[in-house]
Write a protein that binds this ligand. Structure first.
Ligand code: PGA
Length: 250
């Protein structure tokens, strides 16, 4: 059954300028409908738009998140970097961490763990991305990869209240290909199993991300254990994003 308190994350990646903020009006209009009372929408624009988004979203139900952060929690001489403190002061409450596009640029599990801790220090929430590459899938080591990413990424973290997991198979991101129902069910079950094994709370929400669109959103959201969707490309177009929300919240 589709649940009606889904989380929808719009990951704009390195897209968007000031004029694009007003497109969000379509989403604001949709959520005026009582039917969408319980859903949570988190917009993650580039750093440069965080403050403008937070001004625009003032007194609305929309939330703002950043797409990454620097691992040091204190201010200092770190040219070009943006930490959780700065992100918080721009009005964001969430930060995406561990996205494969950053892992791919050399971000390690250890660095992600340091970033998670720095974000928790500021009492912000984390959308923690995990997922296997196509090679890892072919080698049938998805379980081991997810276990490593979770155990190292969340090492030393006792309270997972502010952690949301986003399962994003790397091969699905931006490719138009999504896992089969069986595969997705199995991987979500395994993520829950791993969380339990490391004594992390069973209540941690798990989102799915990777080529979500209005055609596949409903099917994906019905899978047991999926509490929301992380949408990249399709979230840049408000009509498509609204369609995803509508299809998922019926
Ligand atoms: P996509 O991206 O929806 O464009 O596949 C998802 C993501 O990378 O967060």
């Amino acid at each position: 059954m589709t649940n009606n308190n889904m989380i929808f994350v719009a990951n704009w990646k390195m897209h968007g300028n000031f004029n694009d903020i007003s497109k969000v009006k379509t989403v604001l209009n949709l959520i005026k409908n009582k039917k969408y009372k319980k859903i949570k929408i988190i917009y993650c624009p580039p750093f440069t738009l965080l403050k403008s988004f937070s001004n625009y979203f003032n007194n609305t139900k929309l939330n703002i998140g950043a797409q990454n952060c620097y691992y040091k929690s204190d201010y200092g001489p770190y040219t070009g970097n943006v930490n959780a403190k700065l992100i918080k002061s721009a009005g964001a409450k969430y930060i995406i961490l561990g996205h494969s596009e950053n892992r791919n640029e050399g971000e390690t599990d250890l660095l992600i763990n340091q970033k998670i801790k720095s974000v928790l220090k500021e009492k912000l929430s984390i959308i923690f991305c995990i997922g296997e590459t196509i090679d890892e899938k072919k080698k049938k080591i998805t379980f081991q990869v997810l276990k490593r990413q979770i155990s190292k990424g969340l090492k030393g973290i006792k309270n997972t209240n502010k952690i949301i997991i986003a399962y994003e198979p790397v091969w699905s991101i931006g490719s138009g290909i999504i896992p089969s129902r069986n595969e997705l069910e199995k991987n979500i079950k395994n993520i829950k199993k791993i969380l339990k094994q490391f004594k992390f709370k069973n209540s941690v929400k798990i989102l799915y991300g990777g080529s979500v669109n209005s055609k596949n959103a409903n099917e994906i959201s019905k899978i047991d254990g999926i509490g929301g969707l992380l949408v990249g490309g399709a979230s840049l177009n408000s009509k498509k994003f609204v369609d995803i929300i509508k299809k998922t919240s019926n």
